[in-house]
Design a protein around this ligand. Structure first.
Ligand code: NAD
Ligand code: LMR
Length: 332
């Protein structure tokens, strides 16, 4: 028989987690659901969308991993059923950009979608970790927070804006410049998730001595990487497959934290003390994930004078984006 210590660290031990995807029939939702079906920590996978989720669920249910998959529609209290007692909710529901649009242009449609789904989370899954993917993340996360506050169930340790796509892009793009293995590259990306609010801290990498022109081009590419995909898809949407990978990676980290694994650290856009004194309620920085969600929020550490300038610009935009989200709920 395994000793208690061995049982604790045994790699074969699998804790059962219920995970819900809201917007599971979409461009991100489908591959994200596939990757979650392959995650052995997920034993109960609930897929909800206005349309298509039962089909996606039936398709995924033939994959021989240990999760049950069920699809839900708005009929017959489907949203309530998809959320009841769930541990983690991922929200990729909403419209994506078309060429020429900013993420902020999506606010007009996505703000109310996210508000209504957050209301359902507050009513049916008040203890779940909520991972927001829908754009504009800088505003949709404050919307969710405000809805949960109004309902009296806000837990800042369990609300996350998913910024992992910026992190994985940074690893890939820096490796292309430095001719290195992208799987070995780690870049801390802080701030928010749109254009100039995305700040990759290149000064903290082993490539800090890169020439200025290459550095500037690389920072710009990481900040505006989403535009590359929007342009290439030419009206058919934005990043879906790389986002699914990013979302599944971040969800796995959250599950590892809930499961008590040690030293799980990922950047995320969270309710943060770092710049609250300047009126910035949410900020992305490395976060330690634990059994109760956010366990520790790390400061951004030492940065270069150029990065200080980027941070100053980021803060201005971030503050406006956050207030816009909060006001959408408080002034409704
Ligand atoms: N955080 C990030 O890094 C990141 C990356 C890529 C895309 N996004 C954002 O994710 C969102 C989704 O992108 P996509 O490409 O999957 O779009 P999509 O249009 O392909 O899919 C969105 C899905 O949401 C569903 N939906 C809409 N309203 C809903 C509601 N009220 N309840 C349930 N489902 C609903 C739609 O039916 C659709 O299936 C967009 O807002 C996009 O900008 C974020
Ligand atoms: O660019 C977008 O609109 C989608 C997403 O936020 C991304 O970074 O790819």
């Amino acid at each position: 028989m395994l000793s208690a210590a061995k049982r604790c660290f045994s790699t074969s031990r699998v804790s059962p987690y219920k995970v819900t995807v809201l917007g599971a029939g979409g461009g991100i939702g489908q591959p994200l659901s596939l990757l979650l079906k392959l995650n052995h920590k997920v034993t109960d996978l609930r897929l909800y969308d206005l349309k298509g989720a039962p089909g996606v669920a039936a398709d995924l249910s033939h994959i021989p991993t240990n999760s049950l998959v069920k699809g839900f529609t708005p009929d017959n209290s489907g949203l309530k059923e998809a959320l009841t007692n769930t541990d983690v909710v991922l929200i990729p529901a909403g419209v994506p950009r078309k060429p020429g649009m900013t993420r902020d242009d999506l606010f007009a449609i996505n703000a109310s979608i996210v508000r209504d789904l957050a209301t359902a989370c507050a009513e049916n899954a008040p203890n779940a970790a909520i991972l927001v993917i829908s754009n504009p993340v800088n505003s949709t996360v404050p919307i969710v927070a405000q809805v949960l506050k109004n309902k009296g169930v806000y837990n800042p340790k369990k609300l996350f804006g998913v910024t992992t796509l910026d992190v994985i892009r940074a690893s890939r793009f820096i490796s292309e410049v430095a001719h290195t293995n992208p799987t070995q590259e780690r870049v801390t990306v802080v701030g928010g998730h749109s254009g100039i609010t995305i700040i990759p801290l290149l000064s903290q990498t082993k490539h800090s001595t890169m020439d200025e022109a290459s550095k500037e081009a690389l920072i710009h590419r990481i900040q505006f990487g989403g535009d590359e995909v929007v342009k290439a898809k030419n009206g058919a949407g934005s990043a879906t497959l790389s986002m699914a990978q990013a979302g599944a990676k971040f969800a796995n980290s959250v599950l590892q934290g809930l499961d008590g694994e040690a030293d799980v650290i990922e950047p995320s856009f969270v309710d943060s003390p770092l710049y609250k004194s300047e009126g910035i309620e949410f900020f992305a920085s490395p976060v330690k994930l634990g059994p109760h969600g956010v366990e520790k929020i790390y400061s951004i550490g030492q940065i270069s004078s150029e990065e200080e300038e980027l941070l100053a610009k980021c803060k201005e935009t971030l503050k406006t984006n956050i207030q816009k989200g909060e006001k959408f709920v408080t002034e409704a």
